[in-house]
Each structure stands twice: as C-alpha cells, then as structure tokens.
Design a protein around this ligand. Structure first.
Ligand code: KIV
Ligand code: ZN
Length: 402
C-alpha cells in the first residue's frame, strides 16, 4: 500500500513575513513563490488579503503567475475579509481561503469579546460564505492548544458541517508539548463527526523550541498537513522550519510511513534565497541548512567522516542540496574562490562587480577569521542597496535555476 502523503503548507510569505525584519516586496514574494512551487510545496499561503493593499496585490500576482501549489489567503471570520480574499485569489488554478477564529476563552473574552455561542455562529457563517467563493476552505480555531477539548470539538464540528475540508489546529503561542499536541489530534479524530473525512493540519510556533517536535508528533497522531516556513521565520521565536520537518521525515522514514512532494535537494538553495531576500539567514548551527550543519571540526569526527560519512552524518549534504565541497574562505582566499562561492549562492557577478565585491571581501576578511555564506550574502546585498555594484552582468541564479 502506498504511504500517506503529508502536505506541506508553506506560510513563509504570510506568518513568516509577519515577523520583524522579514518583510518582502511584491517582486520578492513572487520570486519566492516560484521557487517554493519548484521546491514542491502543496499549498502556498501568499498573504492576508485584507491586511493591506500590498498583501492583496502580492496574493493576486502569485495566484495569476504561480502554478503547482494551491494558493491560499488568510481571512478572519468576517464577510469583508472573505470577499477580499476571494477577489485576490480569482486567477488561481486552485484557491483556498484560510479562516481563523479564536477559540480559547482568554481570546474570546479579552480579544474578541464574544461568547462561545457567538463564535460557533461566526465560524459556521464564515465557512459557508467562503465555500461559495473559492475551491476549498480551511478553518483554524486560533489558540487551539489553550482551548478546552470540549469546545474545540464543538467548533471543529461546526466548521466541518459548514463545509471546511481542512482543519488546522494552531499552537498559536507555542505553548504545546509533543505528547499533549498529539493527544489533541486524537481527541478530534475520535470525537468529532466527519473528522475522518477532512485533512487535519498542524501549525506550530517555536516559543519553547518545540515547533518541529510538535509538528512531528501531530503527524504521528494523524495530521496530514504541516504548516511551516523556510528557515523557521515567523512571529516571535518563529514557526516550525519546513526544512527540519522534511529532513526528519526523510531521515526517519523508518518511523514515519509518509511521503511528501518536496524536492529535497532544493532545500538549501531555498533557504539561501530567503536569507538573501530578507538579508538575514539561519544561525550557523541551524539544523539542515546552517553553515555548520555539515561542518566537522574535531579531529576524531573528521577522521570518521573521511573514512565513512555515516559515522557522524545522518544524511548526506547533497540530499538536502548543501554544496559538498565547501572551501573555507578567509583572508588568504583569492578572487577565484570568491567567485565560485558567490555563484553557488546565486550571484554571478561580472568582472567590475567582482572587483568591488573582492575588495569588500578582503576588508571583511581582515577583520573576521572565517567568512560564512551569510557574510557574503550580506556583503553583496549591502553593495546592491548602496548601488555600488554597477550591474555588469549580475544574475541571481538561485531564484530561477535551482
Ligand atoms: O499561529 C496562528 O494561530 C496563526 C493562525 C492565523 C493560523 O498563524
Ligand atoms: Zn501562526
């Protein structure tokens, strides 16, 4: 029997972009969306249509141009949000409105100032309206993990009855621990009529550093969609990192009998493209895509890896697209090494721009022992912003060719 498919719902352009320092222009979002489609994500949440004209225009552009994933817009359980989202998604091949409505008592009382009964009414009305506007409707009881199981079952039941086919249970404030998060999915599956006919989805935040662990626990408990972002960017401590969930499913296929549509070897370039776009990247020790994720310093480790990489590597760098031959760049490195590293990062500079970049690189290398990929990305981005680079053949290869 074929393995179940886990659907990757990417929200880098919505929940990710919402975090400080991560905003992107419409052009950048469109480039990111094309690359995410090439990576093989199943659903692409392109923004929150009613939140701004810029978000609306970005969703519209993505819906018109990007083929492959379902294109989604976030909406509150309000008529104006749903109509605006439907408008932005008109040109999508397959469109989804993702409705969220708080369900925890603390949110109902202090944020929305409505009763549980009113919340149930809003949920039913919003889902049936959205159903008439787009191809599919996802419903999220916001702050699910601080909602009583009894009320959570009730509101999920109402959303399913009104026509939602994807039920997302967000750990909005990053409060859950894996066993409790998994239990919540089991409760919904066991108690809510129709829950076996919809896709259950995990959406996790990293306030306790458990976002990926919680998403994996949800998969164990039957979730078949995971919501995540590249490099784990997102509100506060971030969202679950797409590349970490994907790598865990790949490396521990013995435990997770599931499949995804991701092209794993594109993970690194996707991570680098985002880092370049927002001018900040993953920390060096970030799992899977950090610059040290496959670096070995200790002699015993180096020796082991040289005789058989499996001694200290649980996956090959190539399997997630990390360049294997990573020369360490420092003040003794030449123009050649710099050029080839820049090309690997997506910057194919012409001779004059390479001169400028090389001068900046040697100045930096005098001050810093080792130059990481992110240093180079920042260096080029800085000169591009200040228009020092004259553009003699700068081609950003990462976005379209990887
Ligand atoms: O974290 C959250 O609850 C969200 C919802 C809008 C799904 O991002
Ligand atoms: Zn979120």
């Amino acid at each position: 029997m074929a393995n179940d498919r886990v659907h990757f719902f990417d929200t880098t352009l919505r929940d990710g972009e919402q975090s400080p320092g991560c905003s992107m222009t419409q052009h950048e979002k469109l480039q990111m969306a094309h690359s995410l489609a090439d990576l093989g994500v199943d659903v692409l949440e392109a923004g929150f249509a009613i939140s701004s004209d810029g978000d609306f225009a970005s969703i519209e552009a993505v819906a018109q141009d990007v083929r492959g994933p379902v294109i989604a817009s976030l909406a509150r359980a309000k008529r104006e949000d749903i109509e605006r989202a439907g408008e932005a998604l008109k040109k999508a091949r397959r469109s989804r409105i993702h409705i969220f409505l708080a369900s925890s008592d603390i949110h109902l009382e202090y944020k929305l100032r409505i009763s549980r009964e009113q919340a149930l009414e809003h949920a039913a009305k919003a889902v049936s309206l959205a159903k008439s506007v787009v191809d599919e409707v996802e419903f999220s009881p916001e702050d699910s993990t601080r909602t009583s199981h009894e009320f959570l079952c009730e509101i999920v039941g109402v959303a399913i009855e009104a026509g939602a086919t994807i039920i997302n249970l967000p750990d909005t404030v990053g409060y859950a621990i894996p066993t409790g998060y998994a239990e919540m999915f089991r409760v919904i599956r066991e108690r809510v009529p129709g829950a076996d006919k919809v896709v259950l989805s995990a959406h996790t935040h990293n306030d306790l550093g458990l976002a990926v662990a919680n998403a994996l626990a949800a998969i164990d408990a039957g979730a078949r969609q995971v919501e995540c972002t590249i490099n784990g960017i997102g509100e506060r401590a971030g969202n679950a990192a797409l590349e970490e969930i994907a790598a865990a499913l790949m490396v521990r296929a013995d435990h997770f009998p599931v499949e995804s549509g991701l092209k794993m070897e594109k993970l690194y370039s996707m991570s680098q493209q985002l880092a370049k776009t927002i001018s900040f990247g993953p920390s060096p020790n970030k799992a899977v895509v950090g610059s040290n994720a496959f670096a070995h310093e200790a002699g015993i480790h180096q020796h082991g890896v040289l005789s058989n990489p499996l001694t200290y590597e649980i996956m090959t760098p190539a399997s997630v697209g990390v360049p294997t031959n990573r020369m360490v760049l420092g003040k003794h490195s030449g123009r050649h090494a710099l050029r080839s590293r820049l090309i690997a990062l997506g910057y194919d500079l012409g001779p004059a721009d390479l001169d400028i970049a090389y001068r900046a690189f040697t100045e930096l290398a005098d001050r810093k022992k080792a130059i990481y990929d992110l240093d180079l990305i920042n260096l080029v981005a800085h000169h591009q912003r200040n228009e020092d680079l004259i553009g003699d053949g700068i081609t950003e290869t990462v976005a379209r060719t990887n």
